[in-house]
Design a binder for this molecule. Structure first.
Ligand SMILES: [Zn+2]
Length: 220
């Protein structure tokens, strides 16, 4: 059983600190096919302008791996911010694994419609907390950045595992110092829940942590 992680460069945007931040998604290949974790940036032009987004199509990013959207059998959204589910509509054939709390939050807090993720007939697989998606591939509920945020655990052949952290920590610094009061704007919608989630994923001792908005990896 071999799962393999491949990182996609989906966009860059102007981060909360005024610097350019990358936007990464991840393909996880498994013996039966491929899973995509987060689909990149989309949404109204106004939002893309506000964040100075330099965008790529997820299909172009997949083409660099000699893949196409049709090769993706299943999508996991860590959460439903515009830079993580923005191109869900490219994968109309696939189910979207999302925490139920996150879909509820998005529908409650924001005036829709949101065709780029909540399109007609979008097939959501709604999760309530931690869940196994496929053998060796699990989600861990990590509320705090948003109410229904989740991280993704990828177990390889060895004893350790990789963590696709989503926005549970923007950068290695927030992952290393959850107690810090010096949080970037937007890191936590609920600071106490966020701290508890980071403590929890750290206590699981991931072998390698992959960030959505930072290119460095953190090793156990
Ligand atoms: Zn986010």
């Amino acid at each position: 059983m071999t799962l393999e992680i491949k990182r996609l460069h989906l966009a860059s945007l102007q981060g909360v600190d005024g610097r350019r931040w990358p936007v990464h998604g991840f393909v996880v290949t498994h013996p039966g096919g491929a899973v995509l974790v987060d689909t990149g940036v989309g949404g109204p032009q106004r939002v893309l302008d506000d964040w100075r987004v330099v965008n790529r199509s997820v299909a172009d990013a997949l083409a660099e791996l000699d893949m196409s959207p049709a090769d993706i059998g299943l999508v996991i959204n860590t959460h439903l911010h515009f830079d993580h589910c923005g191109q869900n509509a490219v994968f109309k054939h696939a189910p979207f694994y999302v925490q139920r709390a996150e879909l509820n939050r998005m529908r409650r807090d924001s005036a829709g419609p949101y065709e780029w993720f909540d399109f007609m007939n979008a097939r959501f697989e709604l999760l309530d907390g931690d869940a196994e998606v496929l053998p060796g591939l699990e989600v861990v509920a990590t509320p705090g950045h948003t109410e229904g945020h989740q991280c993704v655990v990828v177990r390889g052949d060895d004893a350790g595992f990789d963590l696709l952290i989503g926005d549970a920590a923007y950068t290695p610094r927030q992952y290393a110092e959850p107690a810090s009061d010096d949080l970037p704007p937007g890191q936590a919608s609920d600071v106490e829940a966020w701290r508890e989630s980071v403590r929890r994923i750290r206590s699981l001792r991931p072998g390698t942590v992959h960030f959505c908005h930072h290119t460095d990896l953190v090793h156990g």
